[in-house]
Design a protein around this ligand. Sequence first.
Ligand SMILES: [Zn+2]
Length: 177
Amino acid sequence: MNRQPIQENRGEDRGGAVRLFGASYAFYQICGSRSVVAMNNVASQLIEAARAVCGEFPLRDDFSAGSVGAAILTDKGNVYTGVCIDLACGLGFCAEVAAVAEMLKHRERRIAAIVAVAGDKILSPCGRCREMIAQVDARNLDCDVIVGKERTVSLRALLPDHWLTDARDTEESEGRA
Ligand SMILES: [Zn+2]
């Protein structure tokens, strides 16, 4: 399969990227994503960012946008957000798709953490979004998926034995390489 790498963002143009995390993200990186204190700090800020864009917006007929908001923290410490679009005939898409598109627009592809919210509820990503995140970058299998207020799981746990992951990837992620 011929998969071209996306050109890296060299940092000249961050456009709509928002740096929310500062010290807490640096702490998160130093501690590793499984540090509870660091993760809770990042999770609450990411949930906040997703909530900020969430809010239903009526379109024609019974259609709407924005009932779900998503926020992504990339490995570079940038945050990208998106909202869902609910249309007929399967034409809409999830908030995670919009947030990933925003991230790709800024030539980033590696996700550190992701969350989707609908009002006060935190939503686990649907199967299609799990797959999409994994296909954007293999390393995203190790990203933190915030699935509850104090509950975070790796994407790998939500997508075991991913079909594009070869044995070497698994060994590297488990520190056996
Ligand atoms: Zn989805």
